[in-house]
Design a protein around this ligand. Sequence first.
Ligand code: PLP
Length: 228
Amino acid sequence: MTVDLAARLQAVLAQIRIAEQRFHRPSGAVRLLAVGKTQPAAAIAALAAAGQRDFGENYLQEALDKMSELAALELKWHFIGPVQANKTRGIAEHFAWVHSVDRLKIAERLSAQRPDHLPPLNVCLQVNIDREASKQGLDEAEVIEIAHAVAALPRLRLRGLMAIPAPATQLTDQRRPFARLREISEQLTATGLALDTLSMGMSDDLDAAIAEGATLVRIGTALFGPRF
Ligand SMILES: *Cc1c(COP(=O)(O)O)cnc(C)c1O
């Protein structure tokens, strides 16, 4: 199993490097986030042994269990699931990043609850980029105002935007919503925010996301195999 996961990691990293070249992105511009939801701690440990450092989790309790099992490893944990108000304290205390902030109230709680001995919590705002697909995420119309409010919170560091577009099979169809997210990010930059992260692309659409400027792809299935 360890050998298998190490080989899959190398295959995904190779796919990322090839896409960077194909779409004229600088080499190393795209970071891999390994999404371990429903996967056992042993699988994460195997990827960590193969060199992977950034791991994404969707459910707080599942993540906390894995963190305590893997405490000896120096891993960077990213929360990528829906953030409920009653989960913000655990997230603020245990994660380095949150990709799925979609309400100002959630951001305010995360900032208030971020412990002083930790660096500011890195956050992305999740944007509902094609509204039919999901109810999660900010509407495009509210992103600029909320981004400035979040950027002003003392214990958060606004890093960029995240989206989960509706599934599509053709590269051109996959690219459209990612292009839109990049445009929104460029608008934010033009209003004075210093952003460096576009969290977009999953196992089935990472090439399209890299083509449109992803700086971080969130990959589960291509690394760990199908979830059951
Ligand atoms: C599960 C999940 C992923 C990974 O999806 P795969 O298709 O398995 O690569 C990425 N982002 C989020 C927010 C997820 O919930």
